[in-house]
Design a protein around this ligand. Sequence first.
Ligand code: SDX
Length: 376
Amino acid sequence: MPETEVVQRGLEDVVALESRICFIDGRQGRLIYRGYDIRELAEHSSFEEVAYLMWYGRLPTRAQLAELQNLLVSLRVLPKPVVELIERIPPESNPMEVLRTVVSAMALSEPGETKPGASSISGALRLTAALPTILGQFHRRRAHLPPLAPRPDLSHAGYLLYALLNREGTELEVRALDVALILHADHELNASTFAARITASTLSDLYSAITSAIGTLKGPLHGGANEQVMKLLDEIGTVDRVEAITQAKLAKHERIMGFGHRVYKVEDPRATILRRWSHKVGEAKQDLHYYDLLVRLQEVVHREKNLYPNVDLFSGSIYTQLGIPHDLFTPIFAVSRITGWTAHVLEEYDDLRLIRPKALYVGPTDLTYTEIGTRS
Ligand code: SDX
């Protein structure tokens, strides 16, 4: 084996490409979108403003932001064939599979967006605006309720909450969801973004790239972890049971969802912010049950495995307090990450290079073909 061919399993620490979208300092626990620290964006910005930043590389003026908001609102309405498709999807379907299926089907209504390499911010806008409507319509479909008419007067986060729960959120609830959407918007070459870039690097279209990304995000080691965290908390039940149940799982070499990260060697800065919001929302609801469980769980996992929380540890406790069902948590991750995915696809098209790593072949190379009758 030539000495240059060293396998980096999982492409760990492999630098695959240059990007101007997102910088992660895994040792300092810093996350930067287009030059801006997410702590500042979470404090002062909105999801719409961050979407503009992702796609255009700069913060919008007031007029540019207003134009983007109007465009997103106008695109919340789904094409009729897509509405009809959602109404035919079995109510018991997995919401991530619904998102993957419907996004793929949307391409059939947008022929201009599916030519090889066809991609423009219009496709990014279309998908960003549509995901809350798709999710909301399916969630109502499985409750055997008719689709809601989109609400042009609500912000993106406010509309997402309304589309899912058929109620307007309080200012605190909408802001908590807005911050969560900001924090999930991008994260450099995570698995789902890399999947989108691999697809785009073949000059395939935006919808195909996003379909790849949604299928990748669905995995419990990636976007699916936030849902698994809540299952664990419901299994644990009370703070006094955290130690024993966690120890038992670790003893069986089980992974505790919401902890650890391929890049962060300290606490994920998003977890720091989401922990604060989990407390804020829990305090407002006078129910810190999940927050207290998570803080205790964090203490035990850090002491036992020297692992830190990642973005998925606290997000579910916030969504649960808002009344959002667990199986919609990963789809909400996609509602935000669609902005990062589409920004990366646009960047790939601008600086296109087919993504094609090598494998180190370790099988035989000199076998002789035998007739089927002689084989055992
Ligand atoms: C996201 O990439 C991104 O940026 C993703 C993301 C994004 O914004 O896009 O940040 C979103 O996906 C966050 C991660 C969500 N996933 C989980 O919470 C699932 C649980 N976490 C792990 O599966 C794990 O930490 C990963 C997958 C996140 C990272 O795993 P690595 O880098 O491949 O680390 P590893 O599997 O090699 O583990 C190293 C050691 C192992 O111990 P040993 O077998 O060597 O003794 O740490 C242990 C692991 O067993 N370990 C854990 C653990 N995570 C790692 N042990 C218990 N619980 C865990 N969660």
